[in-house]
Design a protein around this ligand. Structure first.
Ligand code: GRF
Length: 188
């Protein structure tokens, strides 16, 4: 029996796409039962639609408070009883209350070798710090930015001709392999 996962996005959705592709492989243990975007313009919504996956928009600006926004997220997610909630480019920091409601079930992918370079502009930070390697990390989510326990990482050498853009492309390719692999590992 495949386990349900819910994917939360805010933008392009290339990681969502890589997870969708993986779910089509024989024996993959997960099925995406819902995609939630906090941004009505997220390109990832079209990817969900093209693949006939239930998708909804829950915008923070439609609520009086972050709590009410999160209450709605909780309600919609709970209906799917997911084994995992996968953040894939989801740009909102979730509260402690939210994280505690789904203890151990929320994971995120971040484009750096955590604990280095939390937050934004990770590739620029890696190059400016003279790092030898860039990479990505899948980690458990807590209520602090890019801070939860690390599950897996993949690294790539930063060459002297790398720019933030070229490194971003290299790391994105790794992300697309690592995230589906971690989900498989956690749910098998
Ligand atoms: C990825 O680089 C991911 O690591 C980060 O946000 C980006 C999302 O890209 N958290 P996409 O929307 O999956 O294409």
């Amino acid at each position: 029996m495949k386990k349900n996962i819910v994917v939360l996005i805010s933008g392009r959705g290339s990681n969502l796409k890589s997870i969708i592709n993986a779910t089509k492989e024989t024996g993959y243990p997960a099925n995406i039962s819902l995609v939630i975007s906090d941004n009505s313009k997220a390109q990832g919504l079209n990817i969900a639609k093209d693949n006939s996956i239930d998708n909804i928009i829950i915008e923070k600006s439609s609520f009086d408070s972050k709590k009410k926004f999160e209450d709605d997220l909780v309600e919609k997610i709970t209906q799917h009883n997911p084994s995992l909630i996968c953040l894939a480019g989801f740009m909102i920091i979730l509260s402690k209350d939210f994280v505690n409601k789904f203890k151990g079930k929320i994971i995120n992918i971040h484009p750096s070798l955590l604990p280095k370079h939390k937050g934004l502009n990770t590739h620029e930070k890696a190059i400016n710090s003279g790092d030898k390697y860039g990479g990505c990390t899948v980690h458990h989510v807590n209520d602090r930015i890019d801070d939860g326990e690390i599950i897996a990482q993949q690294k790539v050498i930063i060459t002297s001709d790398d720019t933030a853009d070229t490194l971003k492309q290299k790391v994105l390719e790794l992300e697309h392999k690592l995230y589906p692999k971690v989900i498989r590992g956690l749910l098998s």
